[in-house]
Design a protein around this ligand. Sequence first.
Ligand code: SF4
Length: 263
Amino acid sequence: MSSGGNRLQRAERRALQREDEKYLNVPLNLGPDPRSIAAHTRHMVHLFSNPAAASPCADAMAHLGALYSRTVPKADLACRRGCGSCCTQLVTVTAPEALWVAAQIRHKMPVIEKMRAADAQTHGLSMEARLKSHIVCPLLKDAACSIYAARPVGCRAFVSLSLAACLATFVDGAEPQIPTPARHTDILYTCRILLYAALRLKGLKDAAYELNAAVLAALAYDDAEARWLAGEDIFASVPVTGTVPPAFELSISQLVAHLAPTV
Ligand code: SF4
């Protein structure tokens, strides 16, 4: 981010950083107090900027994933290990999510081959066509996610209150009607807003891509993450699948404008 004329002095930014620490290891506060969201967004900007980190993207996405998990309330979900029925959907990811997934499989040729085969079948399919294709995510192994700790934020939020509804949708091809707790969706949206805001504050591209295509693009470079963090658009050939919904756009731009002087 370019430093505007109203940017806080270094000592003031350090003081804010210390203040932020109070919010970082507790659930996200979605209430009217904006300090929790501000603290996590600023923290993610710092994580993306950390020159000492082996993988700034992994650190930032691990923080966001842990935040989501810590914030969602206990709910009577139908989701269980061994049920991967929803892992046939189109998964959209931002670049740091794709880079983190790519790092998990970089030296696993059989998985990469499975991903290439899946990509050949799914490339360019719409959300609806992808659902009807029943093509299973190449990262699913023995009905469980093989990169569970590094799974994309969207995958964390694929939750359901009804196994029957999932089977009807993902196995029988019925119209998708998956009952999801509204609170989970609110928390997912807020996590996405602060991720997009952090990317913009850091001057990084905030596009969303289909998982397989983006991960394969990242695997084309040994130093994919360093290139992307340096501003090289290594995902230029990957179709953008997600645009920021207008309802998010206003929140993201307000958050960016509010936080820009503080990072
Ligand atoms: S990344 Fe993991 S959780 Fe997400 S669709 Fe693939 S197997 Fe399922």
